[in-house]
Design a binder for this molecule. Structure first.
Ligand code: F6R
Length: 585
């Protein structure tokens, strides 16, 4: 969480930093701030709320060719101006993404400092100033952090004594460096820089960067090193809405493109190509992820069970970390993460590796921590996802999981069906969702019900609705309703039911009837030709097959949630209290 940017170059740093922050707002948007050097002095401006508020408080005539900036998702210390970054103590001004766990212990060493905020970051800032006051060598000071600081940090720093330079260091929080024609950039993520360059370098833990007349990178022994220059596959359109009202809507409409990206990378002429590994020697599969990443696994698990006939279990990463595991040498643990930085998923991966079990990561962000640390990584190729609520990455994760299952079961006959998804999704996009959203948006509660693979879809549909519309929504295995939850059904309570699996359709229909007769507004989403008097409205999508129907339905659920949130006038791309990359536990 939190996004950071740094710039040094011949041009004005302020628009570069503000543009960068705007595309990093998905990482947090509680407050934003900027520090730039003017007449050899550091000037700091910060504000509560969005980057646009910060922007409006900066005089458009300000010019500085060196600066740092931050957009915050509050962890330590309330959302207020004092706690906003950049922080400045003594000669040190910095922005920080991460969390300092042993801040109390560090604070005890700093009795001579009077701190103003309630953040762990200001303590770290004071500590760097304290170390620097004893040893006027910034490289050595920063190198000492790895021994003294517990937690995670990506830092970009200005030191008053080297006012024309920037320093940076990272540990377990992402940071990239880039340059273009004597302009130098630092950022949490590439979309912040795509306007200026598509070449970048990834920093490893504990590497230190100094930017003065050039970029200098040092390893743990303070030896200068050369880093590989990478090319970012995205384009500047990824960071723009391109005519769509929201990034979420744009990203849903990108799902056909994402599906084609995955297909063309892993499949050639309806056969798997060399990019698709075969995991057929594993007898048991664990899936680990958080939020939607775990729900995509809940759905894909049914595909593995049906076609690969392998034992599967899905774990929430935050629970997996603390529970006992009974894996064998034939267990493969698959970690699913769009950002590749989710703290719980990353820690779960480390624990599994430590236990000597094989790990596979399914990740979107290239070069992210999970992508780098897993034994094997497959990219989901969804492109940058800006809206906080995941949509196209969810589809991509599910799709790649199904391809892995088909490869493991040596089953290529379904591959040709994936091609039809594009035109079938176009039909899904044309549905008039507003008429259904109108019957939902005034409700305080909503329920999603389904069985088996459809229950997994309910979990995702319910999460999407609640996170962007703030309607309290729950998913239930439909057979469970009468064991308690049905008491919550009142007149017009929305109950969204899903049936894609014919085998259990009659059972689910009985459960829908139970709520419909009790006055619920029954919205029935299905791929099957089922009619009856158990629903008020029906959304029918194409029936492709067991594996691919979930993709069409999840897209319906995303668009339904989107339209409900839109009717409520909510901030769809940046729901309250959330951030896209959850790097705290
Ligand atoms: C919901 C959503 C979250 C993420 C979860 C995991 O719309 O986006 O539930 O799926 O925070 O994030 P990643 O996939 O980055 O590990």
């Amino acid at each position: 969480m939190c996004g950071i940017v740094g710039y040094k170059g011949k041009n004005n740093s302020i628009p570069v930093l503000l543009n960068g922050l705007k595309s990093l707002e998905y990482r947090g948007y509680d407050s934003a701030g900027i520090a730039f050097v003017k007449n050899k002095k550091v000037k700091i401006i910060k504000n509560i709320g969005r980057v646009s508020i910060l922007e409006s408080s900066i005089d458009s005539n300000e010019f500085s060719n060196i600066g740092i900036a931050h957009t915050r998702w509050a962890t330590h210390g309330k959302v207020n101006k004092v706690n906003a970054h950049p922080h400045r103590v003594g000669k040190i001004t910095l922005v920080h993404n991460g969390i300092i766990e042993n801040y109390d212990e560090i604070k005890n060493k700093l009795s001579s400092y009077k701190l103003k905020s309630t953040t762990d970051t200001e303590i770290l800032c004071a500590y760097i100033d304290y170390l620097y006051s004893k040893n006027h060598n910034m490289l050595e000071v920063l190198n000492k952090l790895k021994d003294d600081i517990k937690g995670s940090y990506a830092l970009v720093i200005i030191n008053d004594d080297e006012i024309d330079s920037l320093y940076a260091i990272r540990k377990n929080s992402p940071l990239i460096v880039a340059s273009n024609d004597n302009e130098f950039y630092l950022a949490s993520d590439m979309p912040a820089l795509i306007k200026y360059t598509n070449k970048y370098m990834l920093l490893d833990n504990d590497e230190i960067v100094k930017i003065s007349d050039n970029i200098y990178i040092y390893d743990k022994s303070l030896k200068e090193i050369n880093k590989k220059i990478l090319t970012f596959e995205g384009t500047s359109n990824d960071a723009m809405k391109c005519g769509y009202e929201h990034f979420m809507l744009k990203e849903i409409h990108e799902e056909p493109k994402v599906i084609n990206n995955i297909l063309s990378y892993y499949v050639t002429d309806n056969h798997f190509n060399e990019n698709m590994p075969n995991f057929k020697n594993y007898k048991e599969i664990y899936f680990v992820g958080c939020g939607s990443a775990a729900y995509t696994a809940d759905i894909a698990k049914k595909v593995f069970e049906k076609y690969v006939n392998v034992k599967c279990e899905v774990f929430l990463a935050s629970e997996y970390r603390y529970q006992k595991h009974f894996y064998t040498k034939k267990t493969l643990v698959i970690f699913i993460s769009q950002s590749g930085e989710t703290a719980d998923t990353l820690e779960a991966l480390r624990i599994t590796k430590n236990d000597g079990i094989d790990t596979l990561a399914l990740v979107n962000v290239v070069g992210s921590s999970i992508a780098r640390e897993a034994d094997k990584t497959l990219y989901i190729k969804a492109g940058p996802e800006i809206a906080v609520a995941t949509t196209k990455a969810f589809v991509a994760q599910y799709m790649l999981l199904t391809l892995i299952a088909l490869k493991m079961s040596n089953n290529e006959k379904y591959l040709c069906d994936y091609k039809s998804l594009e035109k079938r999704l176009e039909k899904v996009f044309k549905i008039d969702y507003i008429k259904y959203a109108n019957k939902i948006y005034k409700s305080n509660n909503a329920f999603f019900i389904g069985r088996q693979i459809d229950y997994g879809l309910c979990e995702e549909g319910s999460l999407k609705l609640k996170e962007i519309s703030y309607i309290n929504s729950s998913a239930f295995a439909s057979g469970e309703l009468k064991h308690g939850t049905i008491s919550l059904i009142e007149n017009k309570t929305p109950v969204i039911s899903i049936i894609t699996d014919e085998d259990i359709s009659l059972k689910t229909i009985s459960n829908i009837k139970e709520v419909h007769t009790r006055g619920a507004y029954s919205l029935f989403i299905t791929t099957l030709d089922i009619d009856g008097d158990f629903y008020d409205d029906k959304i029918k999508v194409d029936n492709i097959n067991f594996i691919l129907n979930p993709i069409l339905v999840v897209s319906v659920l995303q668009l339904l949630a989107y339209n409900v949130a839109k009717l409520k006038g909510e901030d769809i791309d940046k729901p309250r209290n959330l951030a896209k990359s959850v790097t705290v536990e």
